[in-house]
Design a protein around this ligand. Structure first.
Ligand code: UDP
Length: 219
């Protein structure tokens, strides 16, 4: 059978990324007879979501094709990691999709499985790890280093010389102050930056920061 592509997750994130995945597919030459489906484990039987067949993972796995590609479209980074490990064990490739309006500048390296939504910009000399999600209108400016399973909600402003470690989550409209080559601003592993926060200094691993200037959230 021909190649089969899937968007894993048929909830909000997945439904917003399916059109991006379809654009990506249309850009690939010679895949005229390939098909694209949703995978969602909440489904007992096949259903239709926005005009696309949706099935659970067991069903997807049973489809006969040596060429399966999956974009994991679930915002929760731990779930993305769990699914990425499962796919790797099953010999199924992670797929990266970007919109036609996504702009990627020079010297950029992006590991497998990224979801780059419409109007995202990745500026020069940026390195990004596995399964990055950059939602609508977010940008990453020059010389940033972003780890694995990092998630940007819509309209995140990540300025130059910032390092973001694995599993950090940056909320909608957050602005992160630029660092310098000698002293990059660091967002630690698993940190959460609240919606609309203005981050002016390093955020420790696991911290939750909110407000302007961003401060740890009082428990
Ligand atoms: N999901 C899945 N397999 C998993 C975990 C989650 O198929 O192991 C699906 C879940 O059934 C749901 C979607 O992923 O449909 C996640 O949707 P949610 O609304 O929680 O988050 P979002 O779409 O915003 O990422």
């Amino acid at each position: 059978m021909s190649k089969i592509f899937a968007v894993y997750g048929a909830s909000g994130c997945g439904r917003s990324l399916m059109p991006v995945a379809v654009e990506q597919l249309q850009r690939l030459d010679g895949d005229a007879d390939s098909q694209i489906v949703f995978i969602d484990d909440a489904l007992d039987e096949d259903t239709n979501v926005n005009g696309y067949t949706a099935m659970n993972y067991e069903k997807f796995k049973s489809i006969h094709s040596d060429d399966k590609f999956v974009l994991i479209a679930i915002a929760n980074s731990s779930i993305r990691q769990k699914i990425a490990n499962k796919l790797s064990k099953n010999g199924i490739s992670l797929w990266t999709a970007q919109a036609t309006t996504t702009l990627i500048m020079d010297g950029v390296s992006i590991a497998a499985g990224a979801a780059l939504s419409p109007f995202v910009t990745i500026a020069a000399n940026v390195t990004i790890g596995k399964c990055f999600h950059a939602n609508l209108y977010s940008y990453v400016e020059h010389d940033c280093i972003i780890g694995d399973y990092v998630t940007f909600a819509p309209r995140v402003s990540c300025n130059g010389n910032i390092h973001i470690h694995d599993h950090a989550y940056i909320g909608a409209g957050a602005v992160i102050k630029q660092g310098t080559p000698d002293k990059p601003l660091i967002i630690g592993k698993g940190a959460i930056v609240g919606m609309g926060a203005v981050v002016t200094k390093d955020v420790p691993a696991g911290a939750v920061v909110v407000g302007n200037p961003a401060r740890p959230l009082n428990k």
